[in-house]
Ligand binder design. Sequence first.
Ligand code: SF4
Length: 162
Amino acid sequence: MSRILISACLLGRPVRYDGTGKRLADPRVERWHAEGRLVPICPELMGELPVPRPAAEIVGGSGSDVLAGRARVLAATGEDVTAAFLIGAEVALDLARSTGCDHALLIDRSPSCGSLSIYDGTFSGQQVPGAGVVAALLAAHGIRVFADHEIDRLAEAIAHSP
Ligand code: SF4
């Protein structure tokens, strides 16, 4: 049975930078949860960042650039939180491996969990194509990552998985 990493905030857990969740109200999420398929992650908390915390954005590239040391993650306060993001991403990858997750459903636009788009690093609300740090790391290790608004595609992929 395919198991799925899921951004904890999509389950309504209050882990976002502003102390809120962002529940994805979809019967498939509830069914997968009841079937024991879902493995919640919050990479920013796994990197020991607190709740609440300042918003953060990737500056100078995307998640893969952060993994390669070519870009950084900065908080809106200017604090460099790159190390925490990298640690959290590695912990999430370890959890994916130890629990047998081969798919992930992650909230888009986050500097961690975004998989199709992220903010551009200017803290002005502008988005650019690209993935966040954990989404890039998981994808690089063969885990199929889907954005929250791609749940139809995820459901189809799972239907064709063992
Ligand atoms: S790191 Fe991911 S799971 Fe945690 S609050 Fe941000 S988007 Fe949600």
